[in-house]
Design a protein around this ligand. Structure first.
Ligand code: GUN
Length: 296
């Protein structure tokens, strides 16, 4: 068996075409969607993610306000900026790029974002509603994964999904979303993490394996079941002298190794990444639509 590639770029492009039309409709109705972007510090990976998110906004007709603060910014200064964006009627969503510098209390800062502008779905109110299966902003990477599976024709109902990684951004929410009783979830979910003993014992049982550890080669061919669907969330820079940049991007899975055993696999780059950005656009358009409904 040679795995088929799940083309995240193509699926993201289809969704973005729909979002472009909706953004134009909202603009015509007097509610052009707006995103407030905040980056604290100058981590190169975060900088490139934020740039990609702002470019994607421009491409589909979302106004974005760019707010870059130095790494030694105080919590109070960041909270003041969030308060300004919360009060700004042109801004419907706030994207605070994580991680924050170590002097900041991430939990305290995320709590300050108005839940109706929480397009990342990281506010405790959004997390609680998600867990209860109620309507809210869903976190972008997990939502993108659910969409990738659904739009690639992968049935998750009753399937064994194994997730590796328990971050608040990916592992915990994707495990939660996929066990909800809905047609695009309803899976049996196992959540593995750094203290899991005999990881391969669990991964070999996976019909769908989602890997979000931030470590290249976390999963190798001997660790998967024949025909498994592999979702690789990792984005790791490895040294590559042949490239002008000096590095290349790899995921958390030994892509070449598992290719002959898996049925479907996401590439890195071009798999999950474009979907994360697309779901941010989706949530921002949703936030503008909600604002229009509140105004009516
Ligand atoms: N850092 C890594 N992933 C994300 C994400 O989806 N949103 C934000 N805000 N920061 C991140």
């Amino acid at each position: 068996m040679t795995a088929k590639i799940i083309d995240g770029k193509k699926i993201a492009a289809e969704l973005r075409t729909e979002l472009r039309q909706e953004a134009a409709r909202l603009k015509a109705a007097g509610m052009p969607p707006g995103l407030g972007v905040i980056l604290v510090g100058d981590d190169p990976a975060s900088r490139s993610y934020v740039t990609a998110k702002e470019r994607a906004c421009a491409e589909i007709g979302i106004y974005s306000s760019d707010n870059r603060l130095p790494a030694d910014t105080t919590e109070d200064a960041l909270l003041a900026l969030i308060a300004r964006l919360n009060a700004d009627s042109r801004i419907h969503g706030i994207l605070l790029q994580l991680p924050l510098p170590p002097q900041m209390d991430e939990g305290r800062i995320l709590l300050a974002i108005a839940p109706e502008k929480d397009v990342d779905g990281f506010h405790p109110s959004s997390v609680g509603l998600m867990m209860l299966g109620r309507k809210t902003f869903l976190p972008c990477t997990p939502h993108g994964i659910v969409q990738l599976l659904a739009r690639s024709g992968v049935n998750t109902v009753g399937q064994h999904v194994v997730v590796i990684g328990r971050s608040n951004i990916v592992g915990k929410p994707v495990a939660n979303m996929l066990c909800q009783k809905s047609p695009t979830a309803n899976a049996t979910v196992t959540l593995c993490h750094s203290a899991t003993m005999d990881l391969a014992h669990f991964t070999r049982q996976a019909d769908i394996l989602i890997v979000a550890t931030g470590r290249p080669n976390t999963v190798t061919a001997d660790m998967i079941k024949e025909g498994a669907v592999i979702i690789d969330v990792g984005v790791n820079r490895v040294v590559d002298a042949a490239r002008t940049s000096g590095y290349r991007l790899v995921g958390d899975v030994d892509f070449d190794g598992v290719l002959s055993r898996a049925s479907l696999i996401t590439p890195v780059p071009g798999g999950v990444g474009p979907m994360t950005i697309t779901m941010l656009l989706h949530n921002t358009v949703q936030a503008a639509r909600d604002a229009l409904t509140r105004r009516a």
